[in-house]
Design a protein. Structure first.
Length: 478
């Protein structure tokens, strides 16, 4: 289903959307957790920021032990109309007869992007955004969380409705209910075992049943726990986080699975469904702490060029970045876009040139420092390049939450035997910041092996086995 697909497609587009009219006025409003960039107005930007802060509060309230803030920042690109939205939207969605998107979520190494169309007229215009934002919230749990629960929770939260004083959570999907009433359900022991290699996760027809049934079971369990004041779902989560077998954990937490299947089927054919209301008027959100600042057209276009490069509209991204640099020779963001494009094209020497220029122009750019170091490591004599370690430490200083910088610096330190312990501590920091990353754990185990701590290395590798599923999934689906 399209709403579950990250839009990373190879696209060919016309260049007509490169520029905006000069009348566009851009503004950026920031909190400690989100940045909203829009060509609407400051009032609208503050309203959007408040909505996302309330969505974050919902997760804090329902999952108090969860880490609600990802390592990468979250930028909300709020387009005032379809023209602006289409300037960063994949061409596949612009063709006649395609879905009329109101928003989508895009995960990138440097940030998580949420793109919204503010003039959309839909009951739940931000289904995709809330679905993927939920995945982002549970990214650290991907080591142990089974796919049915991961997708079921995302489906549960995707119809969230944020109002002035409260938030409605768990509104049922009429489409999913109608679909399930016409289909045979997946047996629960099979559902609990579905992984990234299962046809229930890849084949469209089976996948539709999988997503819909995962939502229905999650909804049923959450409502049942609430009504009967039980904790079957939290018990299941606790068992799974301790790496219990998924079916065994379900039997311990939910009881007889045949009875649960019958109860689920009855629930699907019921006519009444509960949803949760959270009174967000009491949420500790200080709107006076939001900071607003005007954004020039060149700055907005630099962000747009970055987005175009991420959805693989490379020619448009390159043309726009080139125009920005000609107009503003000192523009750092445009150089980062050019560096990213060169890197993805496999031209690492050109990428190093662009990132090097960005570093010289603005030492506050943690991404420029990081990518310059990465490209420099591929040089003929990386050990002699004294700027590599300096650039990585600068990147960490500028953004202490950026895990890749710790991981790369660890690899640099690991080349020196007397710094292996320091290298391991750096890798530990990367893991803490991004617990769902398999490769950081593999690197940490490798360093421990070099130190001679074989048993500790084996323990890390055993703990990382659950992440192998996520690593195989690739960028196409969360």
């Amino acid at each position: 289903m399209l709403r579950k697909i990250l839009v990373l497609l190879c696209l060919v587009v016309a260049a007509s959307s490169l520029g905006f009219a000069s009348s566009d006025q851009w503004v950026q409003v920031s909190s400690g957790h989100f940045v909203v960039l829009t060509n609407s107005n400051e009032k609208q930007a503050r309203h959007i920021l408040d909505q996302f802060e309330r969505m974050r509060w919902v997760f804090q309230t329902l999952f108090p032990k969860a880490n609600t803030d990802p390592a990468q920042p979250i930028l909300v690109f709020a387009a005032k109309n379809s023209k602006t939205f289409q300037s960063v939207e994949p061409q596949a969605y612009l063709a006649k007869g395609q879905l009329d998107l109101a928003g989508y979520f895009l995960a990138a190494p440097e940030a998580n992007y949420i793109l919204l169309r503010l003039d959309a007229d839909q009951d739940h215009p931000f289904v995709t955004v809330y679905h993927e934002y939920t995945h982002l919230q549970f990214r650290d749990d991907s080591e142990w969380m089974p796919l049915w629960l991961n997708e079921g929770i995302a489906e549960f939260f995707q119809n969230t409705e944020i109002r002035d004083k409260d938030v409605l959570v768990g509104e049922p999907s009429p489409d999913d209910l109608l679909y399930l009433r016409q289909q045979s359900l997946i047996p629960l022991p099979v559902l609990f075992k579905v992984d990234a290699n299962s046809p229930y996760y890849h084949q469209e027809q089976k996948g539709s049943v999988f997503y819909a049934e995962s939502w229905a079971l999650t909804h049923y369990l959450m409502v049942n726990d609430r009504q009967k004041k039980t904790d079957s779902l939290p018990t299941y989560v606790r068992l799974m986080s301790n790496h219990e077998d998924s079916v065994v954990a379900a039997q311990k937490a939910f009881g007889d699975l045949k009875k649960l299947q019958q109860a689920l089927e009855s629930y699907i054919h019921d006519s009444r469904y509960m949803q949760f209301t959270l009174h967000s008027a009491a949420a500790p959100i200080d709107e006076s702490s939001f900071t607003a600042s005007p954004v020039t057209q060149l700055e907005a276009d630099a962000t747009r060029a970055q987005l175009l490069s991420l959805v693989q509209r490379e020619k448009e991204a390159r043309d726009l970045a080139d125009t920005i640099i000609k107009t503003d020779p000192g523009n750092v963001r445009a150089r980062e876009v050019m560096g990213n494009l060169a890197f993805r094209a496999g031209d690492h020497e050109t990428a190093r040139k662009w990132f090097g220029e960005a570093v010289k122009l603005d030492s506050k750019s943690y991404l420029a420092n990081y990518y310059y170091a990465v490209m420099s490591l591929e040089g003929a004599n990386p050990d002699q390049d004294q700027t590599v370690e300096s650039s990585l430490r600068t990147a960490i200083q500028l953004n202490p939450k950026y895990a890749p910088a710790y991981d790369t610096l660890a690899s640099v330190e690991a080349r020196q035997h007397d710094k292996l312990v320091d290298a391991f501590h750096l890798e530990e920091s990367a893991i803490k910041l991004d617990r769902g990353n398999l490769y950081y754990r593999l690197n940490a185990a490798n360093i421990l092996g070099m130190i001679g701590q074989t048993q500790d290395a084996i323990a890390i590798l055993k703990g990382a086995t659950g992440l192998a599923r996520t690593a195989r999934e690739g960028p196409g689906r969360l």
